[in-house]
Design a protein around this ligand. Structure first.
Ligand SMILES: Cc1cc2nc3c(=O)[nH]c(=O)nc-3n(C[C@H](O)[C@H](O)[C@H](O)COP(=O)(O)OP(=O)(O)OC[C@H]3O[C@@H](n4cnc5c(N)ncnc54)[C@H](O)[C@@H]3O)c2cc1C
Length: 549
């Protein structure tokens, strides 16, 4: 099946060789199974519906947590089209938390700025407080390919040609009806996460409203070579004829995004060819930039919608199934990715039995407001860029000439678009100013003299308790649960942290204390650990303090 919002994609073979190990095995296991697709009866199984970027990122998190994880995907093979084309800094930071940063950096092209529309109007990320002060241009198919490989390394089962046609919760968990080439079958799961995209069947079956509307007009997307532009940074142009955004890829080709007013009402089912791209470039900019060798194209009409609930009992919504918006600011894939990082460790805790009662609900509490913010931000930029009346054009000119170049506005936009400004409401009161904010990267010197990157401490997705040992005073860190790693450090590059900081597996501060005396802050620390890292009635396994990464 194809997505109704962009029915026609043209390929010329370039995205061809993406068949990973295990694909054939997955197909065979489906057709061998009696009565259709494999029936899972393990009570601890988590089923992810959809192997898009959100589903695959979540599958990696669940696999890392040691859960029996099955991804059911109706496509018969990995995606070959590129759709979204960049990762923002927060997404790269999170990949780095799991040791995947290098793989993505090798595949993508870091570019320092993001085009807003008019020539020269950009968001400059170079001063961003991040280990990754740029956007990483990388086609969605490559993002999915890397995540798929990682998920398989972690033992996740990926079932291709498996379409979920019904889902319902019962006393024993969740029941899914699945159709494959060999017929229909049933799967059971402890939890199900719907990562099945904009037209989510799971969301529909749950009767979760998805209010919103299609955005006016369509954009033309084309992956091509442009000999007339340097492929080192993003480029934008805005004129009476429309808007052009260019995102270079590592191999010298690029994504052209054309909002060509003359073609904005063409049905999305009409294919986009090289001639249309060339003519559109000339209409919008006056030049065709030597465009050549189109290898993928599509016409895309976005929608702006958000599900009213991200959780119904044991079933969760994530990614486009939960929120969708205009591609302005390239937020879609990034927001879904962060949903996955927020939910993965919480489901891990629930299946392992140590999740506090409120933890699974916090997925909606934390991510729904972020989705609202993304909708507001992308809606604002979309309206600004596509306004065609006189008042709208004047507002646009004022915004891009007078407002966005201002350094404080640049800093705000860089933090907002990159995702590093996302913060979650505090759970413990009174709260420290860092609670809910993301832990920036950088390097630490541990108590034993070893230097580590902060991100290395999170590779196995545990809580990390960072205790400063600068003044020689050490907290008594015995009796911590297995899922909390204690780290004593003597120095941090950059701004100092509070003496004690408890950080969640997804890199957000859960609790912090400025009290320098370990003995005096111990009761508050115990309370934080009890709140975040244990069920009141769960037996906890314990281990001694571990000061190595
Ligand atoms: C043409 C196009 C261009 C885009 N360009 C951009 C861009 O430039 N920047 C940007 O940020 N975003 C862009 N987007 C949006 C971006 O691609 C999405 O935000 C992103 O793919 C969302 O990921 P997801 O995993 O949540 O959903 P999807 O990528 O939609 O994945 C959902 C998966 O679920 C599977 N599925 C659906 N129903 C079932 C079922 N019943 N059973 C089993 N499997 C099922 C689908 O086959 C699919 O693989 C674009 C989208 C399109 C269509």
């Amino acid at each position: 099946m194809t997505d109704p919002i962009s029915d026609v994609s043209i390929f010329t073979g370039r995205y061809g060789a993406l068949v990973p190990d295990g694909l054939e095995a997955s197909r065979q296991s489906c057709s061998r199974a009696r009565g259709g697709c494999v029936v899972s009866s393990r009570p601890d199984t988590v089923v992810v519906v959809g192997a898009g970027p959100t589903g695959l990122a979540l599958a990696c998190e669940l696999g890392l947590a040691g859960l029996h994880t099955r991804v059911l995907e109706r496509r018969e093979a990995p995606r070959r089209d590129s759709r979204a084309i960049c990762l923002h800094a927060r997404s790269v930071e999170m990949l780095d938390l799991r040791g995947l940063g290098e793989r993505f950096l090798e595949a993508g092209l870091p570019v320092p700025s993001f085009p807003l529309g008019p020539k020269g109007a950009v968001i400059d990320f170079r001063r961003l407080d991040s280990d990754f002060p740029f956007i990483l241009d990388i086609p969605q198919s490559q993002i999915e390919s890397i995540l798929l490989t990682r998920a398989q390394e972690l033992g996740v089962e990926i079932q291709w040609s498996a379409e979920v046609v019904d889902v319902a919760e019962d006393d024993a968990g969740v029941r899914l009806r699945v159709e494959g080439p060999a017929g229909a079958g049933e799967e059971r799961a402890a939890y199900v996460v719907a990562c099945d995209g904009l037209r989510s069947l799971v969301r529909e079956r749950l009767n979760v409203p998805f209010p919103g509307a299609p955005n006016p007009g369509s954009v033309t997307l084309a992956d091509v070579y442009l000999d007339g532009l340097p492929m080192t940074d993003a480029h934008g142009e805005l004129s009476e004829g429309g808007m052009l955004l260019v995102f270079p890829f590592r191999d010298g080709s690029c994504r052209v995004v054309l909002y060509d007013y003359a073609r904005a009402s063409v049905p999305v089912t009409e294919p986009v060819g090289l001639d249309e791209v060339r003519e559109g470039l000339v209409r919008v900019t006056g030049s065709d930039f030597g465009v050549r060798d189109l290898y993928w194209s599509s016409r895309y009409r976005s929608e702006s919608r958000q599900a009213t609930r991200y959780r119904v009992g044991r079933i969760f919504l994530a990614g486009d199934a939960a929120h969708t918006h205009s591609p302005a600011g390239a937020q879609g894939l990034n927001a879904g990715f962060q949903d996955a990082m927020n939910l993965g460790w919480k489901l891990g805790a629930a299946v392992a039995g140590w999740a506090p009662d409120w933890l699974l609900d916090s997925y909606h509490t934390e991510r729904h407001p972020v989705g609202e913010q993304v909708l507001r931000l992308t809606g604002m930029q979309f309206r600004l860029n596509t306004a065609r009346n006189r008042r709208g054009r004047l507002r646009r000119r004022a915004a891009y000439r007078l407002v966005t170049p201002l350094p404080p506005v640049q800093a705000w936009m860089a933090r907002r678009y990159s995702g590093v400004s996302v913060a979650y409401p505090p759970t413990i009161s009174p709260s420290h100013r860092l609670t809910g904010t993301r832990l920036p990267g950088g390097r630490l010197t541990l108590a034993d003299g070893t230097a580590v990157r902060v991100s290395e401490l999170f590779h196995d997705a545990r809580f990390v308790l960072l205790e400063s040992a600068r003044d020689g005073k050490r907290a008594d860190l015995a009796d911590l649960p297995d899922h909390v790693r204690a780290v004593s450090y003597v120095r941090r590059d950059g701004r100092a942290w509070p003496p004690s900081l408890l950080v969640r597996p997804d890199g957000y501060a859960a609790w912090a204390s400025d009290e320098p005396d370990p003995g005096r802050r111990a009761p508050a620390l115990r309370e934080a650990l009890r709140t975040w890292c244990s069920r009141a009635d769960a037996a906890r396994s314990t281990r001694s303090a571990d000061t190595s990464p």
